[in-house]
Design a protein around this ligand. Structure first.
Ligand code: ATP
Length: 325
């Protein structure tokens, strides 16, 4: 992928053939540059046919991200957001954290067609293919300090689930602390990063990676069971309207969170937790693990586990939950 790849792909969105000459003319580059821009996209999950005498065509049409379309789907609420749509960036969270440091306001959103270093928690990679994912970050400022924001990733999970359900996707569930599952497989991931003093106001950068249609080469890079919206719900997904729906649900949830903290989401989160009442194993930062039955979440978003007759709370960004063997 190079800097002409997305501009050239946008000209192919409809799935019809376009000649290299036309693409070159429209982009103001040479035909060799077009050829370079559109080659070897298989790893990014995109098939581009090149047929002598006819030009280039996408194997399947793609609705590329489009700022105007997202804004129009947001309707009057578009004023809540300051949206940037990028072709490629290192990581939308990395970029937005930098903007947060320069005073970006609540509602700033960065969405990118491609991330060169998409991240999960603890520096784990987040993989996505061209045209088949939503990877975006939303900035939100809170009057409260960072301590108040524990449990935010769980509330974000609730917001995403609400939005997906409203779009007709059934069977979406959450996994403590930051995963969205469908059919037990990972459909979306959440990465929250914070900036603040302990007591003063704080800012959260809420990163979301959602699989819309996972192409095989992308799926093969993911080292756990993953799924996508195309498998979870009928029909084709328009990522622009979907992004608008997710942003509206997130903004509403952030306003709710500012008023109630995680406690206001607790019951709903428990009802949506895939492991509620189930036996799980927690992998701890020191390499150890603990097994118990999930009782629910505490008001701060800690996982409450019944371990050998006693209730224990676990609250850490470095704990991973797995089904008990
Ligand atoms: P935890 O259970 O602790 O949240 P996790 O393995 O889900 O652990 P995260 O940091 O939440 O870790 O997410 C990163 C992980 O998600 C990667 O290590 C990879 O296993 C998985 N992953 C990466 N890209 C995708 C994707 N597009 N869809 C589903 N899963 C992915």
């Amino acid at each position: 992928m190079n800097r002409y790849t997305l501009p050239a792909l946008r000209l192919l969105s409809g799935g019809e053939f376009r000649s290299g000459e036309e693409i070159a003319r429209r982009l103001g580059v040479t035909r060799a540059s077009v050829s370079n821009a559109l080659k070897d996209l298989g790893e990014a999950g995109l098939k581009v046919f090149k047929v002598r005498g006819r030009g280039y065509r996408l194997a399947e049409p793609v609705a590329w991200l489009d700022r105007d379309q997202v804004l129009s789907a947001l309707g009057p609420k578009a004023r809540l957001f300051d949206l940037a749509v990028l072709d490629e960036t290192e990581s939308t969270n990395t970029l937005l954290m930098a903007e947060a440091g320069h005073g970006a306001a609540s509602g700033r959103v960065i969405v990118a067609e491609a991330q060169t270093h998409g991240r999960g928690r603890l520096g784990r990679p987040w993989h996505s293919g061209l045209g088949g994912a939503l990877t975006f970050s939303l900035l939100w400022r809170f009057d409260q300090g960072v301590g108040f924001l524990s449990g935010l990733s769980l509330a974000v999970g609730v917001a995403l689930t609400r939005a997906l359900e409203a779009q007709g996707v059934t069977g979406v569930a959450l996994k403590w602390p930051n995963d969205v599952l469908h059919d037990g497989k990972k459909l979306a991931g959440i990465l929250i990063e914070l900036q603040a003093d302990m007591l003063g106001p704080s800012v959260a950068v809420i990163g979301v990676g959602l699989n819309v249609k996972l192409a095989k080469p992308v799926r093969s890079r993911i080292d756990q069971a993953a799924t996508d919206l195309s498998s979870a719900g009928a029909g084709r997904w328009d990522r622009n309207t979907l992004l608008a729906a997710l942003l509206l649900a997130l903004a509403e949830a952030m306003q709710e969170f500012a008023a109630t903290g995680f406690n206001g989401f607790r019951k709903e989160w428990e009802s949506r937790h895939a492991y509620q009442g189930k036996r799980v194993r927690l992998e701890l930062p020191d390499g150890g693990s603990v097994e118990g039955v999930v009782k629910g979440a505490s008001a701060e978003g800690a996982l409450v586990l019944a371990v050998g007759g006693a209730e224990r709370k676990f609250l850490s960004g470095e704990i991973s939950l797995r089904a008990a063997r």
